[in-house]
Write a protein that binds this ligand. Structure first.
Ligand SMILES: C[S@@+](CC[C@H](N)C(=O)[O-])C[C@H]1O[C@@H](n2cnc3c(N)ncnc32)[C@H](O)[C@@H]1O
Length: 274
């Protein structure tokens, strides 16, 4: 997958793109990331990329001209390399919130351009002329789109085949089956008086699976009841939640609703108490 980032802060990417799993994916050529400085397309002695807003008010607005020139030049270069036109994603607090589904959608693309703005944002005519998607990483405002671009890039890159060292880990992550992940433990068995739950030491795989599913249900009910209402649950899940007073507030309990394929809850006769 090819990413082309357009920014006025190219130095922002130096260390994050070298570290950890993303750094390895870039070294291995599973992902490529080309960072372009919008200022290179700005004219004049000071290569300005912003100006005061029409209508007055505080803050500066990014100029349309260097943006349009940079977008078109970078898009042509990326299109040539990919053999198809990559979409331009504008990181913006007014965009579609980035979630698991959007990340999966973007990960299916061969590449994309990521436009990062600063100040009060960009001249709206650039949005009308060139932007294909607007994506937000949350309901808060950052000083520039660069941290958001890194979040998107990281989340998308880790879905690309071969990027994660352990291919088994991604499907078990939070949100993949509509629920939060279960808790994890490793050595030692006891630390500062806290022991690993005995079921995880039992070697009984069915019981471990039941315990983990119930931990997912309980965590999601307590921390993100909004997710639980949308999650593909089985009747057994719902019954267990109800029995443990974990079904969210006033919501109906739709027992008998067909669960999504792939969400089958392991049910064990001698399931461990949770
Ligand atoms: C200070 S913000 C401008 C905010 C803009 N005036 C508004 O209120 O919608 C500067 C830039 O940071 C980026 N940005 C800020 N918050 C973001 C968010 N939550 N998600 C994605 N990008 C964001 C966008 O590129 C934005 O144009």
């Amino acid at each position: 997958m090819r990413f082309d980032v357009l920014t006025i802060f190219p130095e922002f990417y130096e260390s994050p793109l070298r570290a950890s799993i993303l750094g390895r994916a870039l070294d291995a050529g599973q992902v490529s990331c080309h960072v372009h400085n919008i200022r290179d397309w700005a004219t004049g002695k000071h290569q300005c990329t912003d100006d005061t807003p029409y209508g007055g008010g505080g803050g500066m607005v990014m100029l349309a001209e260097p943006l349009l020139k940079s977008i078109r030049a970078v898009r042509a270069e990326a299109e040539h390399a990919l053999g198809q036109r990559p979409p331009l994603v504008y990181l913006s607090p007014q965009g579609r919130p980035l979630d698991r589904d959007l990340v999966a959608e973007l990960a299916a693309l061969p590449g994309m351009l990521l436009l990062c703005a600063a100040y009060e944002g960009i001249d709206e005519r650039v949005v009308e002329l060139e932007i294909d998607r607007e994506v937000s990483i949350g309901d808060y405002v950052l000083t520039s789109g660069d941290p958001a671009a890194l979040v998107l890039l990281n989340a998308v890159a880790r879905r690309i085949e071969g990027v994660l060292g352990n291919p088994g880990s991604a499907p078990a992550d939070s949100f993949e089956d509509g629920l939060l992940d279960f808790p994890h433990y490793t050595r030692p068995e006891t630390i500062e008086g806290l022991s690993v739950p005995p079921v995880l030491l039992s070697g009984h795989h069915a019981n471990v699976a039941v315990w983990r599913r119930r931990q997912q249900l309980e965590r999601t009910a307590k921390r993100r009841p909004d997710l639980l209402l949308r999650a593909p649950l089985t009747d057994a899940d719902r019954r267990w939640l109800k029995q443990h007073n974990l079904w969210p507030g006033n919501a109906d309990l739709p027992i008998g609703k067909k669960p999504n394929p792939g969400s089958s809850v392991p049910e064990s006769e001698d399931a461990p108490p949770c």
